[in-house]
Design a protein around this ligand. Structure first.
Ligand code: ADP
Length: 272
C-alpha cells in the first residue's frame, strides 16, 4: 500500500514540474488490520460467555425457582462461564505484559524436575477427575536458566492441555507422559498424550491467539485459546525452541528445548 502525494515544482515562469512522493504504508495498514482483528476477537470471546450468563440469569428470573436441581444447574453454568471470562481477561493481560516486555523475569538456575513436581501437584487431582493417568520421569536434576514461576506456567499450560484434550477421547487409553532429559547440550522437556491429536491443516496456526481446532471442544474444557500463545512467548524469553508432533486419533507430543546453562570456570572453582 502506498499513499501518493503530488508536489508541484515551479522551475521558472512558464514551466512547472511535478514530483510524486510515494509513502509505503503497508506496515501501518497491516498493524491496523491486526489491531482490528484483535479487538473483534476479544469482543467475540467475551460476548460468548456473557450471552450465556445473561440467558441463564434471565431464565432463573422468569422461573418460580421451585425446581432446585434446575436452579443449581443454571447457577453452575453462570459460575463456570464467569470463571472462564475471568481466566480470559487474566490471560489477555498476562500475554500483553509478556509481549510488551513489561513482565519482569527473575532469571536464576532452575531445576526443571522441581518445576514438573510443582505442576504435577496442581494437575494430578484434575487428571484424576478427568480419568486420565499421568506418568512422569525426571531423574536427578535438570538445570536450565530461567524464571521458576514462568516455567511452571509454561509446563502447566502444556500438561493441562494434554490432560483436558485427552479426557475428551471417547475410548481407548487416556494417558499423559511427562519427561525431562538431557540430549547433547540441551535440556528437553516433553509432554506426550494419547488424546485426539491435531489435524495437519490446523498445526501451523496452533500458536496464534484465540486459535482453536474445535471451538466447542475448547469451550468444554474451559479453554481461552491463549494458552499456547503464552507458552510460545515464555519459551522465546528463555531462548527455548518448541516442537510438536501430532497424529489425528493417536495423540500429541510437545517438546520445549532449552540450552544448558553456561557454568563459568570461577563458579566451578568456588563450588569445589
Ligand atoms: P485452549 O484454551 O483452547 O486450550 P490453547 O492455546 O491452549 O487454547 O490451544 C489451542 C488449541 O490447540 C486448542 O483449542 C486445541 O484445539 C489444540 N490443542 C492444544 N493442545 C492439544 C492437545 N494436547 N491435544 C489436542 N489438541 C490440542
Amino acid at each position: 500500500y502506498y499513499d501518493a502525494k503530488v508536489v508541484p515544482i515551479k522551475l521558472d515562469q512558464e514551466s512547472e514540474r511535478y514530483i510524486i512522493v510515494l509513502h509505503d504504508t503497508t506496515k501501518e495498514k497491516q498493524l491496523d488490520k491486526l489491531r482490528r482483528e484483535f479487538i473483534s476477537n476479544v469482543s467475540h470471546e467475551l460476548r460468548t460467555p456473557l450471552t450465556s450468563i445473561h440467558g441463564y440469569a434471565e431464565a432463573l428470573l422468569d422461573d418460580d425457582l421451585s425446581n432446585k436441581d434446575l436452579v443449581r444447574r443454571f447457577l453452575g453454568i453462570i459460575e463456570s462461564e464467569s470463571a472462564r471470562m475471568t481466566r480470559l481477561i487474566n490471560d489477555l493481560l498476562d500475554l500483553e505484559k509478556l509481549e510488551s516486555g513489561e513482565a519482569k523475569f527473575n532469571f536464576t538456575i532452575v531445576d526443571m524436575c522441581q518445576v514438573i513436581e510443582r505442576v504435577l501437584s496442581i494437575v494430578e487431582p484434575i487428571a484424576d477427575d478427568y480419568g486420565v493417568e499421568v506418568r512422569w520421569t525426571c531423574e536427578g536434576e535438570k538445570f536450565v536458566y530461567g524464571d521458576f514461576d514462568r516455567l511452571v506456567q509454561l509446563v502447566l499450560n502444556l500438561v493441562d492441555n494434554a490432560v483436558k484434550y485427552t479426557s475428551l477421547k471417547e475410548s481407548g487409553e487416556k494417558s499423559v507422559t511427562v519427561r525431562c532429559f538431557e540430549k547433547d547440550d540441551k535440556v528437553v522437556f516433553e509432554v506426550s498424550d494419547t488424546g485426539p491429536g491435531i489435524p495437519e491443516e490446523a498445526q501451523r496456526r496452533l500458536f496464534e491467539r484465540f486459535y482453536r481446532v474445535d471451538k466447542a471442544r475448547s469451550r468444554k474444557v474451559g479453554g481461552t485459546g491463549l494458552g499456547l500463545s503464552i507458552v510460545k512467548t515464555i519459551a522465546e524469553k528463555h531462548n527455548a525452541k518448541i516442537e510438536f508432533e501430532s497424529k489425528l486419533g493417536q495423540g500429541t507430543t510437545f517438546r520445549v528445548i532449552f540450552n544448558k546453562p553456561q557454568v563459568k570456570e570461577e563458579q566451578d572453582d568456588a563450588a569445589v
